[in-house]
Design a binder for this molecule. Sequence first.
Ligand SMILES: Cc1cc2nc3c(=O)[nH]c(=O)nc-3n(C[C@H](O)[C@H](O)[C@H](O)COP(=O)(O)O)c2cc1C
Length: 231
Amino acid sequence: MNNSATLNVTKAFVSGMCEEKDYDVEYINLSSLNIKPCIGCLSCWGRTEGECIIKDDDIPMMKQKILDADVFVASFPLFFFGMPGTAKVFMDRMLSMMKTYRGQKSPENGESFHGLRYEDPNKKFVIITSCAYTEFGPVYEPLIKQFDCICGKGKYTMLFSPQLKTLIDLNNEAKINRYLNKFKEAGKEFALNGKLSEETEAKLKQPPFSEGAYKVFLDGFWREEKEKGGK
Ligand SMILES: Cc1cc2nc3c(=O)[nH]c(=O)nc-3n(C[C@H](O)[C@H](O)[C@H](O)COP(=O)(O)O)c2cc1C
């Protein structure tokens, strides 16, 4: 919800975008929505093609917002090398946004496996995600693979923010502001170019702490947590 560390970098990125272009921004918290899990009936690929039969929750509203949006930004922490359960439940309900699977082989050229039902080259999809590990590469491999299969390689922009929660928890305002400013600048670049340079992506991936300092912080954090006991 609003305590999400990831939301800090997302807000910084979006504020940068808004400095360059007059975006009409809406933040929607998935946890506050009524989202029923997919029941696996596949009606959205057959009987009611393109339409989910569950209509009494917030998914129809969200689908319309995604279709109307110029930029859709998904913000979430890494949970167990993937997206958190709430986001996965939401994602499953997006099956109606994908083309019906008709037995084709998996693509070898990095394209979306099913293909997007409403392909729009002007619509941008950004994923902003934070994690605890310093080396984001190995921990994000499964999630990157998943989004490559869903959207197609290069069809989305993913920003990583390693060690983020510790940076926010330590509450060093100057350091936090310097860090968030990188995301704000990236937001400006994205608004202007519709993508980020490799240099900017590399800059954002830089962890805020050295390996040694981070270990000391985490050891201290867990020691304090243990001392608090079940309180
Ligand atoms: C259930 C759970 C699973 C997590 N799994 C991972 C993980 O696989 N790899 C990792 O680096 N961090 C993992 N983390 C740490 C969070 O991704 C990280 O602290 C993140 O910055 C928290 O962001 P938030 O405040 O927006 O939730 C996990 C945290 C939780 C609570």
